[in-house]
Design a protein around this ligand. Structure first.
Ligand code: BG6
Length: 297
């Protein structure tokens, strides 16, 4: 559907309109009494969440690419239906195909609190079947209020079970990485991907002085990301794993779409079902991963 048709069917005065964004890609723009939120239909990729009178919560690389079939570096890419490298080692893309696929916008409404609710779906297609031979339905609900609530539901519409790993790969903006910390993980176990997946235990708040790439094994826990100006709360449901990532200087500069100094102003906190937290969905089953982000202080 083109931008004019999307506006005709789904725009809501005082809440939602569609426009052509960077690279000619279609973008949904929510601007309600609570916040501004922008999302590309490609990848159902949120690139901005800014509650009014607050600073932007999300980070996007200044060298991010906006092009058909390419994931945007920053915001909230969807890693789905697998997290990380191809689990079958068959040369399929890292983090699955949902972040590069064109999602279908199916509904927009306003709830009782005056928040804007968007729904997008992704179904099996001939393209998806080539890389992941299952019949599925993914539905992504985005609720824009004082907080940003994301609900990613996966339904198995196939006659065989499938394994799902996934992440809401959220890039948070921080004002200075060395002064930033993640709280509420003291004593929690994590897998350190930089130490050959060794299992470690968190001592003190997580601070950033070098590259970090970890999967925290937690139970529907929340965490708080604080920098020198604010604290952001990240809470979740149906997830027992959280990925925390900062590539630091060298890795960032090896990535063409990651601005060299950008690592100073971002931290990824990714609500996930990853590693030991993979889910098997039997035919007819549905699993919903939920993440809510809000300014806490
Ligand atoms: C994180 C992983 O989730 O995503 C990292 O833990 C990875 O290992 C990072 O480098 C970025 O992945 P990509 O595919 O977007 O470059």
């Amino acid at each position: 559907m083109d931008t004019a048709s999307l506006n005709q069917y789904f725009s809501i005065e005082g809440h939602l309109h569609f426009e052509t964004g960077r690279g000619g890609l279609t973008k949904a723009v929510v601007n309600n009494t609570y916040a501004l939120c922008e999302l590309y239909l490609q990848g159902a990729h949120i690139v901005s969440f800014k509650p009014h009178n607050r600073e932007e919560l999300l980070w996007v690389s200044s060298t991010a690419q906006y092009a058909s079939g390419k994931a945007i570096r920053g915001g909230v890419p969807l890693c789905w239906p697998w997290f990380g490298p191809d689990p079958e080692n068959a040369g399929r893309p890292q983090h699955g195909f949902a972040r590069n696929a064109l999602w279908t916008f199916v509904d927009a409404s306003v709830n009782q609190r005056g928040e804007t609710v968007l729904k997008l779906v992704l179904h099996k297609s001939s393209e998806s079947y080539k890389v992941w031979p299952f019949t599925f339905e993914a539905e992504y609900s985005i609720i824009v209020g004082n907080s940003l609530r994301l609900e990613l539901s996966t339904k198995n519409r196939d006659s065989t079970p499938f394994t799902l790993t996934q992440a809401l790969h959220t890039y948070f903006a921080v004002d200075a990485i060395e002064q930033s910390r993640v709280e509420n993980y003291v004593g929690k176990r994590y897998i350190d991907k930089l130490l050959e997946n060794r299992e470690c235990v968190q001592e003190g708040d997580l601070r950033f002085e070098d590259e970090v790439d970890r999967i925290y094994l937690d139970e529907d826990l929340y965490c708080i990301l604080s920098d020198s100006r604010r604290s952001v709360k990240v809470s979740k449901q149906n997830s027992k794993s959280t990925v925390i990532w900062n590539p630091w200087r060298e890795k960032a500069s090896s990535m063409g779409d990651f601005d060299d100094e950008g690592y100073r102003n971002m931290v990824c906190i990714e609500t996930a079902n990853a590693a030991f937290d993979a889910r098997i969905l039997n035919p007819g089953e549905c699993h919903t991963l939920v993440q809510t982000i809000e300014v806490w202080l």
